[in-house]
Design a protein around this ligand. Structure first.
Ligand code: NAD
Length: 486
C-alpha cells in the first residue's frame, strides 16, 4: 500500500472508535475515538492558532505557574483515580501506579516554580555604548508522542515544561493507555488552562504511527518531543526534518547494573531485583544486564533467585500484587521469543510460574526469568527485551566491567555498587550513559535531575531546568546607544 493510500484509509477512520482490552483478562476497559489524519491536522491547527493568537505564549509566566500549581494540587487529591486507570490500562500494580501519579504531580509543581522564576542573562561592560540581553521565548506549538509504560509521568514531563515555557500542545498518547493523558488535559482545563492550548489525539494501533508521523512531519509545529522505541524515534527524527523542527527523543536502553565484590550485597540485591522487575521489566532504564564480579557471582545469583521466587504476580488492582502482566499480546509474544532465544544462547537458571486462575490464565503474564553465563554479544545481552528477563554477565577487573558496560548501542542509565570511592569514581566517569547511580537503582528521590540518553538512547534532556530549556528558544538582543548620545 502506498503512503497516500494509507493516508486515505486513516482518514476514513474518522468517527470510528477503538477499545482498550485488559492485559489481565482481555475484557474491555475503555473505548476511545479512533482519530485519523483529519482530526490530527485539526488538532495541530488548533495548537498553531492558539500559539500565534490566543495570548497564552505572551501571558505572564506567573499565571501559567498558577495553572500548573493548581493542577498539581488537584492531582495529589485524586491520586487513586489516576492510579486506577494506570493499573487498568498499563497493568501496573497500584502501589507503583500511585507513585507514578505522585511523581507526576511533583514534576508539575516543580515547573510551576520554574515558571515563576523565568530569567535570562545580561551582557554588560564589554563596550560602553551597548548592552546585550539573552532572553528565552517559548519555542512554539509542540507535538508530543508517548508510550504506554509510564503513561502519566512521561506526558507530565513534557506537558509541564512546555506549558511553563508558554508553548501550546498536541499530544498523541499510546493506543494502550490514552486515559490518563485525557485526564491530565481535563485537570489542566479545570485549573484554568484555555482548552485550545492543549489537544489530545487518540488513535488505534493501525493509526498510531500515521498520526505520530503526521505530528513529527507537520510544518505547523515547531518541535516534537517523543518517548518510545529507538526505531520509531529515528522515524520521528527523519520526519521532523520537514521544517527543521526541534526534536527531543527519549528512547530505549539496555542498562548495566554492576556489582563489585566489595558492595553492600544486601542493598545490591534489592537494586538488582527492582532494577529488573519494576513494572514487569517494562522500563526503558531497567537494569537488564547484571554484571557481577566473579568472586561473589554464584552467591549473588542464588540469592536473587530466592528473592524472585517470592514475587506475587497477579491482578494489578489487587493490593497484594507485586508484578502485573505485560501490557499487550505483542509484547507478551516478543518477550517469550527472547526467552526462547536466551535458552539457546545462555544458561537458564530461573523461570517462575505465572497466575493460572480467575481468568488470569488468559492474561499477558511473563514470569521472572534469569539467564546466567551470558556472553556480552548475545542477543539477550544486546537487544531491549522489555520484560522481567535478566542477563547475568561475569567480570574480574574494573576495566572489564567498564568495557562490558559500554558494549551497547544504548546509553540511558547504569548503576555501580561498591564501597570503594575510587571504584565508584572511575566507573561513573567511564560509563557512557545519561544517568549513573552509585549504590542505587531507579532512584527518583532527586527527580528534578536531568534525564536522557547517550548514543541511541536519545537526544536532549527532560526534568529540571534542562527540561524547561528544551521548550525555549534563545534570543540575543543587542541594544546600541545612538551615535549622538554616546
Ligand atoms: P513505540 O515506539 O512503539 O511507540 C511510542 C509512541 O510512538 C506511541 O504513541 C506510538 O503510537 C508512536 N509511534 C510508533 N511508531 C511511530 C512512528 N513511526 N512515527 C511516529 N510515532 C510512532 O514504543 P512503545 O512500545 O509504546 O514503548 C516502549 C519503548 O519506549 C521502549 O523502547 C522503551 O525503552 C521506550 N521508552 C523510553 C523512555 C525514556 O525515557 N528513554 C521511557 C519509556 C519508554
Amino acid at each position: 500500500m502506498t503512503l497516500a493510500a494509507e493516508r486515505d484509509v486513516a482518514s476514513n477512520h474518522a468517527g470510528a472508535t477503538f477499545s482498550r482490552y485488559s492485559p489481565v483478562d482481555g475484557s474491555v476497559v475503555a473505548t476511545y475515538p479512533n482519530q485519523g489524519l483529519d482530526e490530527t491536522r485539526a488538532a495541530i491547527a488548533t495548537a498553531r492558532t492558539a500559539f500565534d493568537k490566543s495570548g497564552w505564549a505572551t501571558s505572564a509566566a506567573k499565571d501559567r505557574a498558577k495553572v500548573l500549581q493548581t493542577a498539581s494540587n488537584l492531582m495529589l487529591e485524586r491520586v487513586d483515580d489516576f492510579a486506577t486507570w494506570i493499573a487498568k490500562e498499563a497493568g501496573k500494580p497500584m502501589k507503583a501506579a500511585r507513585s507514578e501519579v505522585v511523581h507526576s504531580a511533583h514534576v508539575i509543581a516543580h515547573y510551576a516554580a520554574l515558571a515563576s522564576d523565568m530569567r535570562g542573562e545580561a551582557i554588560t561592560q564589554q563596550v560602553p555604548d551597548a548592552i546585550g540581553l539573552v532572553v528565552n521565548e517559548p519555542i512554539g506549538a509542540v507535538g508530543i508522542i508517548t508510550p504506554w509504560n509510564f503513561p502519566l509521568s512521561l506526558v507530565a514531563r513534557k506537558v509541564a515544561p512546555a506549558l511553563a515555557a508558554g508553548c501550546t500542545l498536541v499530544a498523541k498518547p499510546s493506543h494502550f493507555t490514552p486515559k490518563v493523558t485525557l485526564m491530565l488535559r481535563d485537570l489542566l482545563i479545570e485549573s484554568g488552562m484555555p482548552a485550545e492550548v492543549f489537544s489530545v489525539v487518540t488513535s488505534d494501533i493501525d493509526n498510531g504511527a500515521l498520526v505520530g508521523q503526521e505530528i513529527a512531519g507537520s510544518t505547523q509545529l515547531d518541535m516534537v518531543a517523543f518517548t518510545g522505541s529507538t526505531e520509531a524515534g529515528k522515524a520521528v527524527a527523519r520526519a521532523a526534518t520537514s521544517n527543521v523542527k526541534r526534536v527531543a527523543l527519549e528512547l530505549g536502553g539496555k542498562s548495566p547494573n554492576i556489582i563489585f565484590a566489595d558492595a553492600e550485597l544486601d542493598d545490591a540485591l534489592r537494586g538488582a531485583y527492582t532494577g529488573i522487575y519494576l513494572n514487569s521489566g517494562q522500563v526503558c532504564q531497567a537494569g537488564t544486564r547484571l554484571l557481577v564480579q566473579r568472586s561473589v557471582k554464584d552467591e549473588f545469583v542464588e540469592r536473587l533467585i530466592d528473592m524472585s521466587k517470592k514475587i506475587r504476580m497477579g491482578d494489578p488492582l489487587d493490593p497484594q500484587t507485586e508484578m502485573g502482566p505485560l501490557v499487550n499480546e505483542k509484547q507478551f509474544a516478543r518477550v517469550q521469543g527472547y526467552v526462547e532465544r536466551g535458552i539457546s544462547e545462555a544458561k537458564l537458571v530461573y523461570r517462575g510460574e505465572t497466575p493460572k486462575d480467575g481468568g488470569m490464565e488468559r492474561g499477558h503474564f511473563v514470569a521472572p526469568t534469569i539467564f546466567d553465563e551470558v556472553d556480552s554479544r548475545a542477543t539477550i545481552a544486546q537487544e531491549e527485551i522489555f520484560g522481567p528477563v535478566l542477563s547475568v554477565l561475569t567480570f574480574d577487573t574494573t576495566e572489564e566491567a567498564i568495557r562490558l558496560a559500554n558494549e551497547t548501542m544504548y546509553g540511558l542509565a547504569a548503576a555501580v555498587w561498591t564501597t570503594n570511592i575510587n571504584t565508584a569514581f572511575e566507573v561513573t566517569k567511564a560509563i557512557r550513559a545519561g544517568t549513573v547511580w552509585v549504590n542505587a537503582y531507579h532512584a527518583t528521590s532527586l527527580n528534578n535531575m536531568p534525564y536522557g540518553g547517550y548514543g541511541q538512547s536519545g537526544l536532549g534532556r527532560e526534568l529540571g531546568q534542562h527540561g524547561l530549556h528544551e521548550y525555549l528558544e534563545t534570543k540575543s538582543i543587542q541594544i546600541q546607544l545612538p551615535r549622538k548620545r554616546r
